[in-house]
Design a protein around this ligand. Structure first.
Ligand code: COA
Length: 390
C-alpha cells in the first residue's frame, strides 16, 4: 500500500484500492461470497437479518445472537417525527431515493451516538439504519398517495413488515420469503460504485450517516441500482410489441444499452440473476404475469445471441434484469425498486464503512486521493492574467 502507480486507468477498472474481508467476486466463474459463504447457499438457507449480522460481525449468528439482533432491529423501528413532518411538505413526485438520502441526514441529527466512532457504536448505528430505511421508504410511499403511514407489525419478519407497511396487507409466506431472499442477494457486492462512495466519504473520518447518504446517491444512477426500474419501464413499454427480437437488434444497432445487462466485474452470468430468474418464473405461476416474464426471457435470448455475434459475449443479465420482474410481481411500484436495493445494501455499506474506519482488513487505511490528468489550458503559466469582466 502507499505505492504510487502512475498509470491512467479510467474508472479505476481492475485497480485494487484497499483490502477487504467482507465479500469477494470471481467475475470469470460467476462466484460471489459474503464473509466466505457462497451466495447460493445463503439465499437458500439463511435470512436477511442473519446475513446482515454475518456481514457486520464477521460470523453467522447462533440462535441467541440472532434473536438478540432481531430484537435490536425491532426496537429501532421508530423514526423521528421530523421525518414524517418533512414528507408531508415534499412534492408528491419526489423520488424515493432522494427521500431516503435526505432522511438519512435527519437520522444523523437525531442520533445521540453520532460522535462515538467506536466499532460497537457504529454497529448499533448500522443496526438502526438497517431497521429504519424500509420504514422510511414505505412511509413516503403512503404519504405521497395521501395515506397515513402504517405502524409496523412486530410479529412479521423484516421483509414481510416492509410489504405490510407498503400495501397494508400481510403478504403470503411465499412472497415474504422471496423478498427476504432478494434482500440476501443484494446485501453486498464488494467495491461497487456505491460502496466505494461510502468508503471514500468515511475515509475522511466523516460519520457513518454521511457515508451511507453518499452510497444512496451513487446507487440511484441508472448504471448502478437505478437499472432495475429502467428495466421495468422498458418491459412495460414493450407490452404488445410483437417483434421483441427486432427491438433488441435495433437498439444495439443504435449503440444503446440494454438495461439490466452487462457488468463491470462479471464476465459470465451474475449468480444472483440465476436465482432471480427462477424466482420470477415461479412467481408468475400465481401472479398470472407469465407474459411479462416471457418478454424478459425473449429480450435475454436475442440479446445474448446478438452480443455473441458482436464480439461482446461477456454481456449477460445482471442482478437488475430479473429483480425488476420479481418486484413488479410483488406489487412494488417503479420508483421503489431501487430503494429496495438500498434497504438491503445498507447492510453491506455499513459493514464496509466500519471496516474502513477500524482498519480491520488492512493495517493503515488511507484517505482516498486519486489523481486526474489535467487536460485544460496552461495559459496562466504562459503569461495570460486575470482581467475583470468589462
Ligand atoms: N447493452 C449494450 N451494450 C452494452 C451493455 C448493455 N447493457 N453494457 C455494456 N455494453 C457495451 C458498451 O456499449 C461498450 O461497447 P463499445 O466498446 O462498443 O463502446 C462495451 O460493452 C463495454 O462497455 P463498458 O461500459 O465499458 O463496460 P463495463 O463493463 O464498464 O460496463 C455497465 C458495466 C454495468 C456500466 C454496463 O454493462 C451497463 O451500462 N449496463 C447497463 C446498466 C445496468 O444494467 N447497470 C446495472 C449494473 S449491476
Amino acid at each position: 500500500m502507499g505505492k504510487t502507480v502512475d498509470v491512467k486507468n479510467i474508472g479505476l477498472r481492475g485497480v485494487t484500492v484497499a483490502d477487504t474481508k467482507v465479500s469477494f467476486i470471481d467475475g470469470e466463474k460467476g462466484i460471489l461470497i459474503y464473509r466466505g459463504y457462497r451466495i447460493e447457499d445463503l439465499a437458500e438457507k439463511s435470512t436477511f437479518p442473519e446475513v446482515a449480522y454475518l456481514l457486520l460481525q464477521g460470523n453467522l449468528p447462533n440462535k441467541k445472537q440472532l434473536a438478540g439482533f432481531n430484537e435490536e432491529l425491532l426496537k429501532a423501528r421508530e423514526i423521528p417525527d421530523q421525518i414524517y413532518e418533512g414528507m408531508k411538505q415534499y412534492p408528491a413526485e419526489a423520488l424515493t431515493m432522494d427521500i431516503l438520502q435526505s432522511s438519512i441526514s435527519i437520522l444523523a441529527m437525531h442520533d445521540p451516538e453520532l460522535e462515538d466512532d467506536t466499532r460497537e457504536a457504529n454497529v448499533r448505528k448500522a443496526t438502526r439504519l438497517i431497521a429504519r430505511l424500509p420504514i422510511i421508504a414505505a412511509a413516503w410511499h403512503r404519504i405521497r398517495k395521501g395515506l397515513a403511514p402504517l405502524s409496523s407489525d412486530d410479529s412479521l419478519s423484516h421483509a414481510a413488515n416492509f410489504l405490510w407497511l407498503l400495501h397494508g396487507e400481510t403478504p403470503s409466506e411465499e412472497v415474504a420469503r422471496d423478498l427476504d431472499i432478494c434482500l440476501v442477494l443484494h446485501a453486498d457486492h464488494t467495491f461497487n460504485a456505491s460502496t466505494f462512495a461510502c468508503r471514500e466519504v468515511v475515509s475522511t473520518k466523516a460519520h457513518i450517516y454521511a457515508g451511507v447518504a453518499a452510497g444512496v446517491g451513487a446507487l440511484s444512477g441508472s448504471l448502478h441500482g437505478g437499472a432495475n426500474a429502467k428495466v421495468m419501464k422498458t418491459l412495460l413499454a414493450l407490452e404488445g410489441e410483437n417483434d421483441i427480437a427486432g427491438w433488441v437488434r435495433e437498439k444495439l444497432d443504435r449503440h444503446e444499452r440494454i438495461m439490466g445487462m452487462g457488468h463491470a466485474v462479471y464476465k459470465t452470468m451474475d449468480p444472483r440473476a440465476i436465482i432471480l430468474k427462477e424466482m420470477a418464473q415461479r412467481l408468475a405461476k400465481t401472479t398470472g404475469m407469465g407474459k411479462l416474464v416471457e418478454r424478459s426471457m425473449q429480450i435475454e435470448k436475442t440479446a445474448l445471441e446478438e452480443f455473441e455475434k458482436r464480439g461482446k459475449s461477456q454481456i449477460k443479465p445482471n442482478v437488475d434484469f430479473y429483480s425488476a420482474t420479481v418486484y413488479h410481481q410483488m406489487g412494488i411500484p417503479l420508483d421503489l425498486m431501487t430503494p429496495i436495493f438500498a434497504i438491503s445494501r445498507v447492510a453491506g455499506w455499513t459493514t464496509h464503512i466500519i471496516e474502513e474506519k477500524t482498519g480491520e482488513a488492512q493495517e493503515k487505511p488511507a484517505l482516498y486521493r486519486p489523481k486526474a490528468e489535467y487536460v485544460g489550458t496552461y495559459c496562466g503559466l504562459m503569461g495570460c492574467t486575470y482581467t475583470p469582466p468589462s
